[in-house]
Write a protein that binds this ligand. Sequence first.
Ligand code: 2AM
Ligand code: CA
Ligand code: CA
Ligand code: CA
Length: 276
Amino acid sequence: MKNEFWKALHCNVTEWMKEAGGILEQSFTDQLDVQYKTSYDDLVTNMDKQIEQFFIQRIHQHYPDHRIISEEGFGDDVTSSEGILWLIDPIDGTMNFVHQRRHFAISVGIYEDGVGRAGFIYDVIADDLYHCIKGQGAFLNQAKLPMLKDVKLNESLFSINATWVNKNRRIDPEIMQPIAKSCRGTRSYGSAAIELAYVASGTLDAYFTMRLAPWDYGAGLILIEEVGGKATRVDGSPIDLLNQNSLLVGKKGLQEEIVQHIKNEVSKGKFIQKAD
Ligand code: 2AM
Ligand code: CA
Ligand code: CA
Ligand code: CA
């Protein structure tokens, strides 16, 4: 697709993100319908569904031949990354949305034949829109984000959920403990999209997780690539756009150093779950 196409699409999506954000803010005055999905800590609300349908309706109207993968299941049954594919998370950080009424985001990533073309992450309450068209730089609202500069581990702010340094079934907690100890500090925000946007903007230096779905990382990967960051699975292998993956993103040298550490630990016999 031509540059003009992506510019017009960028304009449309920016408008939709802002409108959807407004709907989410408005919804705080209404009674929220909260349901469990797979367990007590896996929540979905009426607003997750409403916002997903909001986007799907507009995409169908403007781009009837595009396909959509989205968390709450109103999208398409997609088995290949051919053509134009939208990866949509209507609310990333639903638990934050329910408990904190902040620190949640709308995430929209658009790929063409498997290549990231445009990414949008909207931190609604901060009113921070992280956005890019591939090859034209990434932005936080109007401000162009600088290319990422490398940083040493002991001067880095590293984002990891406490799950992964405690007993869990996906990774030996001893693998990441030394990283968590030797970086300058750790953070955990409860929204993967915001954490990915923070890596793109340099607010965080790296982010680690053992399981994310395409709608969680779709937009973030495009933004991070645009500012020269690196993203792989935690063992250094490439991310498969259509499936769940572990994810390690960050400033290039730092990301590579942590991948090497993980590989070393695995070669010494510590366990890590293979790709989902
Ligand atoms: P969600 O709010 O869209 O569900 C919380 O640590 C982060 O992990 C959020 O980005 C959240 O997205 C995501 N998440 C929550 N439950 C998950 C699950 N079962 N699998 C993968 N990601 C999940
Ligand atoms: Ca969810
Ligand atoms: Ca999510
Ligand atoms: Ca979600």
